[in-house]
Design a protein around this ligand. Structure first.
Ligand SMILES: [Fe+2]
Length: 283
């Protein structure tokens, strides 16, 4: 396996591996080690079937079911992420976020396989929240380190539900769930268990306020952090091709799906895996 960094701060492309074949213990260890250091992995031309996809996710942790977009039939852990050519709505995953941070136990990461890719557009951006933490001004570091942030599942709840015409994946996504309106406390800063690097764990889709501060007092601080945490220096932008896979660390990155391919169909298949952070809620 060869590793080719994509930027100075996040993501590497891997070559010389065939993930359709059984994954040896050595390869599994190399993949986990590479993900810990690079946070996003890209592997092209793999064309995995559902079982091979699941087996790859199991390298990183037990597969998790997305309670708001479960897969159909025998594979509830496999979510189809589809935007039809005729859809004019927003896109699933548009807006900067880490996945499902309003859950008690958010997913540790995802394995996303490209099935059908539009002729242009549909790229995904990722931002290293470790790079964002490193570059954060010291007074903000002091404010955040050791503090919880409060997350709410706004797109899936009742209180802050978006207008129906802006909702993506309407047929297959659970909405208006009062559970999603509940406040979840997670550390605002997470430490990676392998590398020891700290990273921000705050995102504009789900983070409502900081513990100990009102929503109004949190707002200007959060706005500054949201802007800072996705600066171009911390990001990579991936162009997809059919059969390509990305794997990401959901606790150390944010991502953004670009919705610029109206009139073209895009289909991805995704499974998440359980992680080992944030730890406060898990005791
Ligand atoms: Fe996402």
């Amino acid at each position: 396996m060869k590793e080719h960094p994509i930027t100075g701060g996040i993501a590497a492309e891997l070559s010389g591996i065939d993930l359709k074949q059984p994954i040896s213990d050595d390869l599994a260890e190399a993949l986990r080690d590479s993900l810990a250091r690079n946070l996003v992995l890209v592997i092209r031309d793999q064309f995995l079937d559902v079982d091979q996809h699941r087996r790859l996710a199991e390298v990183f942790g037990p597969p998790a079911i997305n309670p708001y977009a479960p897969g159909k039939g025998d594979h509830p852990e496999m979510t189809s992420v589809i935007k039809e050519a005729s859809e004019r709505t927003g896109v699933f995953g548009g807006g900067w976020h880490s996945d499902l941070t309003f859950l008690e136990k958010p997913p540790g990461g995802s394995v996303l396989c490209a099935i059908q890719i539009p002729p242009y557009g549909g790229d995904t951006l990722y931002a290293s929240q470790q790079a964002a933490w490193d570059a954060l001004p010291e007074p903000l570091k002091q404010l955040l380190d050791g503090r919880d942030a409060i997350h709410v599942g706004k797109p899936y709840g009742v209180k802050w539900a978006p207008p129906v015409e802006e909702q993506s994946m309407k047929g297959s996504t659970k909405r208006n769930d009062p559970e999603a309106d509940k406040e979840r406390f997670h550390p605002a800063v997470l430490t990676h268990p392998v590398t020891g690097r700290k990273g921000l764990y705050i995102n504009e889709t789900y983070t409502m306020r900081l513990d100990g501060l009102s929503e109004a007092d949190s707002a200007p601080i959060l706005r500054q952090i949201f802007q800072h945490s996705t600066l171009p220096e911390f990001c990579c932008r991936l162009r997809w091709s059919p059969g390509m896979i990305t794997i990401w660390d959901n606790y150390s990155t944010q991502h953004y799906a670009i919705n610029d391919y109206h009139g073209h169909r895009r289909e991805m298949r995704r499974t998440t895996f359980e992680g080992d952070r944030p730890i406060r809620e898990w005791a």
